[in-house]
Design a protein around this ligand. Structure first.
Ligand code: DLL
Length: 434
């Protein structure tokens, strides 16, 4: 049985959905034009005005918004309402410089809770569930975003936040958590901690995982599902646009529904900015069409995916985006070849001989880029017999090189020697940039 949180909205007929989107887009464009100076300036420069948006197709004439625009307007310059109407601030921690600040009105928080409740319901959650929120609480949107949605739906929420993993494992067992929300890498770590704490997964009530905030592969999903004996779902979102819950999988696990009554998605060629047809991989661009505090119009997410508008077997009519390959800025260019960490992940895990813990190190020696893939040997395969490790390293090398079309060095490392992550994992150390 498919459960919907808001069936009329989730299954809205396409034509009606587009009428609603257009009305909301027009209202949003009016709001940003009149209330946010950089939108007004960019629109005047492009000689486009709010009344020029007569159909959804006209969205392509609007200028893009980038992270740089948000940086330039730090901290509050992108808000479309006075600060007195903002009830919550979040920020994404930039690796360099100032964070990106986002502001929400009371209605924005309300819509966010609705959408995350919709998402939790979409993966089979309900008011009888015990939801352990192990995304970080704080400036990061993960914790509070999922918290409000789970609470809105009437579930019992355990706000554990990330970290203190032994305690997380104990609470998961004692409180009978049925849904776990965290990054996929943290789910993996928690599976190890449960083992260490001698808590058999069969004894847990856990049945669903809602994992996102970082790229992960289908192979990683299989691994986590096997270890925790749950159904794992992919959830996507970004602070600039809202936070978690912009899109999420349904039980079909065939792409993430992006809630089009609140967001207008496009996929563009990142080089030319031209729109791409359904099915082609490019950069996801999102316009927020209901947000009041900080509505983003044509925000360039830098996330690479494709979109489909085909109707889903679950009955929902909202478009679906494919698993995110990574951000355009996560892409490594090694000796002229483009490599995403997720490609290495899928090659490693498909083999089934090594653990799901890996790290990429890129160096430059004599003007030549060198990629080193460090991967932990599975505990049960760990052997000090040099010869068998050599054989394994050779097989890993072949598999990875075939997938990425590039020569690399494989370093097999001892079980549990690579750093674990409680939030977003860092997969690459690029020593060329230092
Ligand atoms: O990561 C919001 C979130 C929290 C999403 C919890 C899902 C669950 P930011 O910190 O602003 O917000 O980071 C957003 O993370 O642009 C993607 O590059 C990446 N990301 C988020 N979800 C996924 C996913 C939150 N399911 C950035 N797969 C985004 C791949 C993801 N990458």
């Amino acid at each position: 049985m498919v459960l919907y949180w808001n069936r009329p909205r989730e299954c809205m007929e396409r034509g009606q959905l587009e009428v609603l989107q257009l009305r909301r887009l027009q209202k949003t464009v009016q709001a940003v034009y009149h209330n946010v100076s950089y939108y007004r300036e960019k629109m005047q420069e492009a000689d486009i005005y709010p009344e020029d948006i007569r159909s959804l197709a006209d969205v392509v004439n609007l200028p893009f918004t980038t992270k740089q625009d948000l940086r330039d307007s730090y901290p509050y310059g992108s808000f479309a309402v006075p600060l007195s109407q903002i009830v919550r601030l979040h920020a994404s921690t930039g690796t360099t410089g100032k964070p990106t600040v986002v502001g929400y009105t009371r209605e924005d928080i309300d819509a966010w809770a609705e959408l995350t409740a919709r998402g939790i319901c979409c993966v089979g959650g309900g008011k009888d569930d015990v939801v352990q929120v192990s995304y970080g609480y704080g400036l990061f949107t993960g914790g509070l975003g999922m918290h409000y949605g789970a609470e809105r739906m009437g579930a019992s929420v355990i706000p554990t936040s990330a970290g203190n993993s032994r305690r997380q494992a104990m609470l998961m067992n004692d409180f009978g958590s049925t849904i776990l929300c965290c990054t996929p890498s943290y789910a993996l770590l928690l599976s190890e901690i449960l083992k260490e704490a001698k808590i058999p997964v069969e004894d847990l009530k856990l049945k669903i995982g809602i994992f996102g905030a970082e790229p992960w592969t289908e192979q990683m999903r299989d691994e986590i599902q096997k270890r925790l004996q749950i159904n794992a779902y992919n959830i996507y979102g970004l602070s600039e646009v809202m936070g978690p819950g912009v899109s999420i999988e349904c039980p079909e696990k065939n792409g993430m529904h992006i809630w089009e009554d609140h967001f207008l998605p496009e996929v563009i060629n990142p080089e030319t900015g031209e729109p791409l047809p359904d099915g082609q991989i490019g950069e996801l661009v999102i316009s927020c069409i209901t947000k009041q505090g900080m509505p983003m119009v044509r925000y360039r997410t830098r996330d690479l995916t494709s979109i489909t508008h085909e109707k889903c077997a679950c009955g929902r009519t909202h478009a679906r985006i494919a698993r995110i390959m990574g951000r355009s800025d996560d892409m490594l260019i090694i000796r002229g070849v483009n490599v995403f960490p997720s490609q290495v992940e899928s090659a490693l895990l498909a083999m089934g001989e090594v653990s799901p813990h890996y790290h990429l190190v890129v160096t430059r020696e004599n003007n030549l880029d060198i990629l080193e893939v460090q991967v932990e040997v599975s505990e049960n395969l760990f052997s000090d017999k040099v010869r068998s490790l050599e054989g394994l390293a050779a097989r890993v090398k072949k598999e990875v090189e075939n997938t990425i079309n590039l020569g690399c060095k494989i370093s097999l490392v001892e079980p549990r020697s690579l750093p674990r992550s409680e939030g977003k994992s860092v997969r690459v150390t690029d020593l060329r940039k230092i």
